[in-house]
Write a protein that binds this ligand. Sequence first.
Ligand SMILES: *[C@@H]1O[C@H](CO)[C@@H](O)[C@H](O)[C@H]1NC(C)=O
Ligand SMILES: *[C@@H]1O[C@H](CO)[C@@H](O)[C@H](O)[C@H]1NC(C)=O
Ligand SMILES: *[C@@H]1O[C@H](CO)[C@@H](O)[C@H](O)[C@H]1NC(C)=O
Ligand SMILES: *[C@@H]1O[C@H](CO)[C@@H](O)[C@H](O)[C@H]1NC(C)=O
Length: 333
Amino acid sequence: MHSHALTSVFALTTLLRLSIAGYVLTDNYERDNFFDAFTPFTEPDPTAGFVQYVDYAAAMENKMIGAVGNYGNATYMGVDYNSTSDTGRQSVRITSKKAYNQGLFIADIAHMPGGICGVWPAFWLVGPNWPSMGEIDIIEGVNGATTNTMTLHTSAGCSIQTTGMSGLVNTTDCDTNAPSQPKNAGCAVLSNDTANFGAGFNALGGGVYATEWTAQAISIWFFPRASIPADIAANSPDTSKWGTPLANYAGGCNIAQHFQNMNLVFDTTFCGAWAGQVWTQGSCRDKAATCEAYVQENAGVFQDAYWLVNSVRVYQEGSGGSRRRGVRREVQG
Ligand SMILES: *[C@@H]1O[C@H](CO)[C@@H](O)[C@H](O)[C@H]1NC(C)=O
Ligand SMILES: *[C@@H]1O[C@H](CO)[C@@H](O)[C@H](O)[C@H]1NC(C)=O
Ligand SMILES: *[C@@H]1O[C@H](CO)[C@@H](O)[C@H](O)[C@H]1NC(C)=O
Ligand SMILES: *[C@@H]1O[C@H](CO)[C@@H](O)[C@H](O)[C@H]1NC(C)=O
C-alpha cells in the first residue's frame, strides 16, 4: 500500500488542501485589545446624524464603552440613554488603526443596536478619499428595520451581477453617483431574514458575519449563533464549505482597484442622511414629527442601542501559501 505513487498523491492532496484553505489569523480584536486597536472618531458625523461622537474618556465616564454590566468577555459600545440634548445624542464611532487590502473578516457579535426608531447602526469597511477606495457596509439598517442591508459604495465603473447569493439585489451600480439610481444608493443587497438584524438577531444571541474580500468577489455570510460552522470556531475558516452567501458582489467591477486600504468601523448614529431622511416613510413617524425631535426628547428607548462584540478576527491567505504559489510548487515538484 505504501507505494511511492500513493505517498505522493497523498502529499499532493494535503498540500493543495492546505494552500487552498490557507487563511491565517493575522488580527484578533477582542475585549482586552479592542479599544487600543481602534481610534475614536470625534468629528461631526459625515452622514449628518443627530449625534455627538465622544472620545474614550467621555465614553467611559458616561458608561458608554468598556465594562458595563455583566457582559462576559465581550466589548460593549452603547449610547447615552439618560440625557436630552439639543446638539445630538452621545455615541461612539471607532475606526481600526490597521487598514486592509483584501482578507477574510469574521465578526462574532452578540448584540447590535437596530430596529429602534431614530437609530442607524453600521459595521463596515471604508478606504481613504471616499468613495474612490470604496466602502463595504456589512451590517446596516435604520429605524424599525428588521432585516439587514449590505451595500458597496464606489466611484464610477463598478457594478454587480444579481446571482450567487440568497439576498435580493436592489441596485446594481456601486457608483455613489450612478445616474440611474438615487444618490448614494450604491449596490445594495437586501436580506429578508429577520435573524440577521436588530431584535431578531439579538433574540438569538447574535451570530457571525463573515466577509471575504478577494480580487474576484466580496461575499458576506451570516451564521446565527446556533449554527456557526465548526471551522470558524476552530479559527481555520474554509469559505468553500459555507454554501451560498447572503451577498455576493462580483461582475463588472475591478475589485482590486475600487477597494483599497480599508479600515474597519463600528458606529451608532441617529437620524441624518438615512434614518432621518426616511423618518416619515415608516411607522416611526407616529412617534414624533421629526427624527431629531424623537431622539432629543426620548432617552430610555436607546438603552438597547448597543453593540456587544465577542471578537473580530481578520485572516489573510497564508504566508508563502497563496493559491497560485502552492499550485505552482506542486506542478514543479
Ligand atoms: C473570558 O476569557 C478568559 C480567557 O481569556 C476565559 O478564561 C473566561 O472563561 C472567559 N469568560 C467568559 C465569561 O467567557
Ligand atoms: C444611565 O443611568 C443608569 C442609572 O443611573 C446608569 O446605570 C447608566 O450607567 C447610565 N448610562 C449612561 C449611558 O449614561
Ligand atoms: C431600493 O432601490 C430603490 C431605487 O431603485 C430605492 O428607492 C429604495 O430606497 C431601495 N431600497 C432599499 C431598502 O435600499
Ligand atoms: C426570503 O425569500 C426567499 C425567496 O424569495 C423565501 O424562500 C424565504 O422564505 C424568505 N424568507 C423569509 C424569512 O421571509
